[in-house]
Design a protein. Structure first.
Length: 171
């Protein structure tokens, strides 16, 4: 009886978390030829050199990752995917990534660094699950559509350089 109650409670929590996530855009009907001629817009992914600065990614992780709260693991998955996607898309080499992360950390208040370390530990745990297991279902549960998953070794090297520069323990 306890197992059934636990399963139902877990399902209710998961569904409530899914309800709070972003909705996927609905598929629109195919435009007619006239409409296509009137508004032809080509959206291309930015080149690697134009990737968002690492500081924006780290600010987002610091703001959105919470430790010990409901949904913290799914938020950590989102943060891990965002950081790994950035690492996969950036044109910076490992040393440049390490320097950018160290520069960001130097601007952070001392009081916030201990909390950041706990957040990064959770993000690293989720990143390792994404890499060493089939992370596609975990990404889906967290509502993430990664542009670069599965990530290559070069992206993971840059990811570890970020964590090294930030002084985070790695699993």
């Amino acid at each position: 009886m306890k197992k059934i109650a636990l399963i139902l409670l877990s399902a209710a929590i998961l569904l409530s978390l899914c309800a709070c996530g972003e909705k996927a855009p609905e598929a629109s009907p195919a435009p007619s030829e006239e409409a296509a001629e009137e508004s032809t817009i080509v959206i291309e992914a930015p080149p690697a050199e134009d990737a968002a600065p690492l500081s924006q990614v780290l600010d987002s992780i610091n703001e959105n990752t919470q430790v010990g709260t409901a949904g913290s693991s799914l938020r950590a998955v989102q943060s891990a995917a965002m950081l790994m996607d950035w690492c996969a898309e950036t044109g910076l080499d490992t040393e440049q990534v390490r320097a950018a992360a160290a520069k960001w950390l130097s601007a952070l208040a001392e009081a916030d660094k201990a909390e950041l370390e706990m957040k990064l530990e959770l993000v690293d745990t989720m990143c390792l699950e994404l890499i060493h297991k089939d992370g596609s279902s975990l990404l889906q549960d967290a509502g993430v559509e990664s542009s670069a998953y599965p990530w290559d070794d070069a992206a993971y090297e840059k990811y570890t350089a970020v964590l090294d520069a930030l002084g985070a323990e790695q699993g």
